[in-house]
Ligand binder design. Structure first.
Ligand code: SAH
Length: 260
């Protein structure tokens, strides 16, 4: 026993199964040529122990004081590499030198926010391997046309090649979460910047999915798109039917007309 009490408000579900921790660690491919890893939410280090012997320098970001105290006492290799605090608020200078991969059994209550933060840091992060609730894992990996496809699917798929790796049963956690878990891998693609205004692209995606049952013509009304765009047959569709490329095309067309 580690003496660290699992805390619900921090989304703590500690992995009991060593072989799954190993499998997650082994899912890193080194894509993009990084030498540093940042583990989000190491807890008592179940996953960390499989990262340390790898050819990487391991840093961890942990908010729970009790877990931090445990790691300081028990994992000598992490000396000077424990970043204590809320990952969502960590400023760039606290994080490892770029590039670094992100790995972790994420706190499920904030997994979407973690991905929005990763999107902001995408230039520094060539690979992500993580476990999160299966529903969100599926959403992120699902293709256009499916019910699960949403804002994070489009935004992440614009910059990363994403794979669903495997499902993990509730029973291997202490305490068991209410839902099943999934492990996914994201590898940064070749796209440096989208061939369109990225802010407008993001607004289109967000606004489009805000009312995902409406046609885009209705859902995008607040953006006051040019008449010619509003007439586009693409706007008869719903956001969930559009690929990343479709959203880019729509953004380009809007820009062109606005700039005329
Ligand atoms: N990796 C461990 C623990 C996973 S539980 C294991 O697999 O057993 C999720 C972990 O994320 C917990 O340790 C929790 O304290 C930590 N955590 C929760 N919110 C966090 C945040 N905002 N920033 C950093 N760590 C956080």
């Amino acid at each position: 026993m580690t003496g660290v009490r699992p805390k619900k408000h921090l989304g703590q579900h500690f992995l009991k199964d060593q072989s799954i921790a190993r499998q997650i660690a082994e899912s890193l491919t080194g894509h993009g040529g990084y030498s540093r890893l940042l583990e989000i939410g190491p807890g008592t280090g179940v996953l960390t122990q499989f990262l340390l012997p790898a050819p990487y320098e391991v840093f961890v970001a942990e908010i729970d004081r009790e877990s931090v105290a445990y790691l300081k006492e028990n994992v000598a290799e992490l000396e000077g590499r424990i970043i204590e605090g809320d990952f969502l608020r960590m400023k760039g200078e606290l994080l490892p030198e770029s590039p670094f991969a992100i790995i972790g059994n994420f706190p499920y209550n904030i997994s979407s926010q973690i991905f929005f933060r990763i999107l902001e840091m995408r230039e520094q992060v060539p690979e992500v391997v993580c476990m999160l609730q299966r529903e969100v894992a599926r959403r992120i990996t699902s293709p256009p046309g499916s019910k699960e496809y949403g804002i994070l699917s489009v935004l992440l798929q614009a910059y990363y090649d994403i794979e669903y790796l495997f499902t993990v049963d509730k029973s291997v956690f202490l305490p068991p979460p209410k839902v099943q878990s999934g492990v996914i891998r994201l590898r940064r693609n070749e796209v440096e910047t989208l061939p369109c205004d990225e802010r407008l692209f993001k607004s289109m995606v967000k606004q489009g999915f805000q009312n995902r049952r409406k046609t885009l013509r209705n859902a995008l009304k607040p953006l006051n798109l040019p008449e010619e765009v509003r007439q586009d047959p693409m706007l008869d569709k719903r956001a969930e039917q559009l690929s990343v490329k479709d959203f880019i095309d729509l953004t380009q067309k809007t820009e062109r007309l606005w700039n005329k």
